[in-house]
Each structure stands twice: as structure tokens, then as C-alpha cells.
Design a protein around this ligand. Structure first.
Ligand code: HEM
Length: 198
């Protein structure tokens, strides 16, 4: 049999883990931190892309554009961390609505994950294809070969930007639906991601 102090310690450990992990009633602190950190980095990423598109060589572009590549690579890495954490918590997360709205939400989330991987992959392939490579903090991520691989360069040129804008539209849809849940359906969907009690 467990002593009193052993069971108190075990209870504390479980409640500590509960705070970190997702439960059917809400998301844990790790999921919430990853969600809002990536949201902030995506705002920076799309701001840099939009300013570059509308105001190339403006002072704001000169400030934001140099951060686009590094920030995009960090987002790429965080997508793996978030995906792995999501899979580990899949069975204990809050359930989606049991209607077509829930199924559309799952499809939308899968599409966002797919694009969050594909968009930076296309940029990295182009970095290889144009021979210039890509490094971050002195770490060579994509080797600079100095040789052009026309197909890879063209793939990146043709699809990185357009698919990036598709991702931005999906995110606008995702944010809009979170607001619909909160203000029209008045359920706990948004509160769960903020960490407020349902
Ligand atoms: C989730 C990550 C990323 C997103 C959402 C994203 C989004 C975008 C968007 C929307 C554009 C179009 C800008 C325009 O129309 O002028 C763009 C351009 C560009 N991105 Fe990214 N990007 C990401 C990651 C990266 C990474 C990792 C790199 C480099 C390693 C990179 C390099 C570039 C370059 C050089 C351009 C300018 C050429 C072009 O329009 O294709 N991006 N990005």
C-alpha cells in the first residue's frame, strides 16, 4: 500500500502533468504556448511578405524582409514540434463538434499543417536550386553549391509565394471561425485555447 506522503506526491505529479497536457476540457500549457507563439510568428511572416509585395524597398520592407527566411525556418521547425505534441495528445484533447462543422474544422487544420510544411520546403528547395543555399546562425541548412538546378528553382518561384498566400487565407478562415464560436455559438472553443475555464 502507498504511504500518505507517497500518494500526495503522486497526486501533485498528476496535477502538474494535467497542467501541461491536454484534457477533454481544455488545452494544456504546452499546446497553448505553441499555438500563440506560432500565431505571432505567422503574423510577422505574412507582414514581411505583404510589405515586400506592396512596398518593396520601403523602410519597413528593409526592416522586415531580412527576417522572412529565418522566421520561416523557425516556423517550419515548430510545425514538427507542434505536430508531434498534437499527435501525442490526440486522444485526450477536446473533441470537435460532432457535425459537418467539426469535420470541416479537421480538414482545415490538416490543410494548414500541410501548407506550413510545404511552403517552407519549397523555399528551401529553391535555395538549393538557385545554388545560394540557406544558413541560419552560421549553421548550413541547405548547402550553397553555386550551381543552378532549374526545376527546383522554378518550383519554388512558381509555388512558394502563391501557396503562402493560400495559407494566409486558411488562417483568416480559422480565426474567423474561432470568433464565430465565441460570439455567435457562444461555446468554449476559443476560451479553451486562451486557458480560461469553460
Ligand atoms: C511558413 C513559412 C513561410 C511562409 C508562410 C512564407 C510566405 C511567403 C509569401 C506569402 C511570399 C510571397 C511574397 C510576395 O508575394 O512578394 C514569400 C516570398 C518569399 N519567401 Fe517565404 N514563406 C515562408 C518561409 C520561407 C523560408 C523558410 C524562406 C527561405 C529559406 C523563404 C524565402 C522567401 C523568398 C526568397 C521569397 C521571395 C520570392 C517569392 O516571392 O517567392 N520563405 N514567402
Amino acid at each position: 500500500m502507498r504511504s500518505h506522503s507517497e500518494s500526495v506526491t503522486a497526486d501533485r505529479m498528476t496535477s502538474g502533468a494535467r497542467w501541461l497536457l491536454d484534457t477533454p476540457d481544455g488545452y494544456g500549457v504546452v499546446t497553448r504556448c505553441l499555438h500563440w507563439l506560432m500565431a505571432a510568428l505567422l503574423v510577422l511572416q505574412f507582414s514581411s511578405a505583404a510589405v515586400h509585395f506592396f512596398g518593396e524597398d520601403s523602410a519597413l520592407d528593409e526592416m522586415l524582409w531580412p527576417k522572412h527566411r529565418a522566421n520561416g525556418f523557425v516556423l517550419f521547425c515548430l510545425t514538427f514540434v507542434r505536430g508531434a505534441w498534437g499527435l501525442a495528445n490526440l486522444r485526450s484533447r477536446p473533441a470537435h463538434l460532432p457535425s459537418w462543422i467539426g469535420r470541416v474544422a479537421v480538414l482545415g487544420q490538416l490543410a494548414m499543417y500541410g501548407l506550413m510544411l510545404l511552403v517552407p520546403v519549397l523555399a528551401l528547395l529553391r535555395a538549393y536550386g538557385n545554388g545560394r543555399g540557406f544558413s541560419l546562425l552560421g549553421l548550413g541548412i541547405v548547402p550553397a553549391t553555386g550551381e543552378e538546378v532549374t526545376t527546383l528553382r522554378a518550383l519554388g518561384n512558381d509555388f512558394h509565394g502563391p501557396l503562402g498566400w493560400c495559407l494566409s487565407l486558411l488562417i483568416v478562415g480559422h480565426v474567423s471561425m474561432a470568433l464565430v464560436h465565441h460570439f455567435l455559438l457562444r461555446d468554449a472553443t476559443l476560451r479553451r485555447m486562451i486557458g480560461m475555464k469553460s
